[in-house]
Design a protein around this ligand. Structure first.
Ligand code: HEM
Length: 423
């Protein structure tokens, strides 16, 4: 297939600011073929949404082979036994990489135990951890090295998911290291031995945690709930320990860096729009809508993969069967046909639907939790700091899937408790 324009989605300039390229693609080449990787890229809202909602044509198996079939992966960047590792991961069953009917069973199984009511019950704990972490960030600033990404944004979702899963406190540091390594798969970085080891160690860790709970059942953490079988959980056989281990790993990986990026992207968006930050400081009720606008405007997940199950026509182009398709939710979320002045950040925007948390049967199962963490994480920052600015060069997360930061050095004024707005 011949493209009407030529773009390079993995060049450092485009990764830094992909939005002008997305604008071009939506207008001139809504189905763009990356010949080197044989990947088809969708950028218009309606096309991306429809692909995410049509699992019969667009399978999620592609999500299980990002490391081997992702954008920029065809150049053999991996430095170790990729085939073996890939084979191992591709046989892994989890809900993000499955289609119905398997997906439906796994999703229902988790959804029954990861309910909005249970998540809601964590609100005050999220607030407590956010305040503790902000105390640490303030201390770090006194020492001259406050890093909003490392010290605050990454730590908050990691602590929450570790607490929910019931990971013992003394194992937190290892857990964090493996999880950071495992997330490397989504960063577009080479599949190094380190990344592979992180994934394998994390799986071994959860296998050990599952075995411990089998030996000593009845706890109220999420892993204990996952090993309990309810009489109405139908095809029981599917929920073996392998799937439970994969579910825990998925929850950690899917919920950790994404939420961290939401907090970093929100903070930076407000640094770029100080007048909107000032409004929020005076009215915390605007924060939930601001979080939605960040999910749209600066989506922490920019794209997800699908694989065609047959020849499929999109915007007049036939995508052949068995091809990898990159559904750019970050581009769809800037579609002018849906969002007037789409490239403008506006905390007052009336958003009917964005695709920052996906759409269809794989719609983010952690959406409620991420919104609570986003709201409380940002409210705590807005309540306790003023004039937040960069104090050094930030480090961007690698790759075209995640949009965020691994280091965000900041400086800020501290609001003393008596001065804080009672919003
Ligand atoms: C701002 C934070 C978050 C963002 C931007 C985000 C985004 C997404 C997106 C776009 C999808 C759809 C993937 C697809 O269609 O292939 C998804 C699915 C998923 N998310 Fe999130 N997510 C966030 C937070 C979380 C949290 C906190 C958790 C759990 C602790 C979580 C767990 C999951 C899981 C398990 C799936 C797979 C659902 C399925 O396949 O049915 N996410 N997320």
């Amino acid at each position: 297939m011949k493209n009407p324009i030529d773009v390079n989605l993995t060049s450092p300039e485009v990764l830094k600011d992909p939005f002008p390229t997305y604008d071009l693609l939506r207008e001139k080449a809504p189905v763009y073929h990356v010949a080197d990787d044989d990947i088809y890229v969708l950028t218009r809202f309606d096309d991306v949404r429809s692909a995410l909602r049509t699992h019969e044509d667009f399978s999620s198996v592609a999500m299980g082979r990002i490391h081997s079939h992702g954008l920029g992966r065809s150049d053999g960047k991996s430095d170790v036994s990729m085939d073996e590792f890939a084979a191992q991961l591709e046989t892994t069953r989890n809900m993000a990489t499955s289609d119905p009917p398997d997906h439906t069973v796994m999703r229902r199984f988790l959804a029954k135990r990861f309910t909005p009511k249970r998540i809601e019950a964590w609100t005050s704990k999220v607030q407590g951890f956010a305040d503790d972490l902000l105390d640490d960030l303030i201390e770090a600033q006194k020492g001259g090295s406050a890093d909003l990404a490392h010290d605050y944004a990454y730590s908050l979702p990691l602590i929450i998911i570790a607490e929910m899963l019931g990971v013992p406190y003394e194992r937190r540091q290892e857990f964090r290291r493996w999880s950071d390594q495992a997330v490397g798969i989504f960063s577009g970085a080479p599949l190094t031995q380190e990344v592979q080891m992180g994934c394998l160690q994390l799986a071994a860790f959860f296998a050990e945690q599952v075995a411990m709970r089998r030996a000593n059942p009845g706890g109220d953490d999420l892993i204990s709930l996952l090993i309990e079988k309810n009489p109405d959980d139908d095809p029981e056989a599917m929920m073996d320990d392998g799937v439970i281990v994969q579910t825990c790993t998925l929850l950690l990986i899917a919920g950790h860096e994404t939420t961290a990026n939401l907090l970093c992207n929100a903070t930076l968006s407000l640094m770029e729009h100080p007048e909107q930050r000032a409004e929020l400081e005076n009215d915390f009720s605007l924060i939930p809508n601001m979080v939605e606008e960040v999910l749209r405007w600066n989506s922490p997940i920019q794209a997800v993969y699908r694989a065609t199950t047959r020849d499929v026509e999109v915007a007049g182009v036939t995508i052949p069967k068995d091809k990898t398709v990159l559904c750019c939710v970050g581009a769809a979320n800037r579609d002018e046909n849906i969002f007037p002045n789409a490239n403008q950040f506006d905390i007052h925007r009336d958003i009917e639907e964005h695709l920052g948390l996906g759409s269809g049967n794989h719609f983010c199962i952690g959406a409620h939790l991420s919104r609570i963490e986003g709201r409380i994480g940002m409210e705590t920052l807005l309540r306790r700091t003023r004039n937040m600015q960069l104090s050094g060069e930030p480090t961007r997360a690698l790759g075209n899937i995640l949009r965020g930061w691994t280091h965000l050095p900041v400086k800020f004024d501290i609001v003393e408790p008596s001065e804080s707005t009672d919003s």
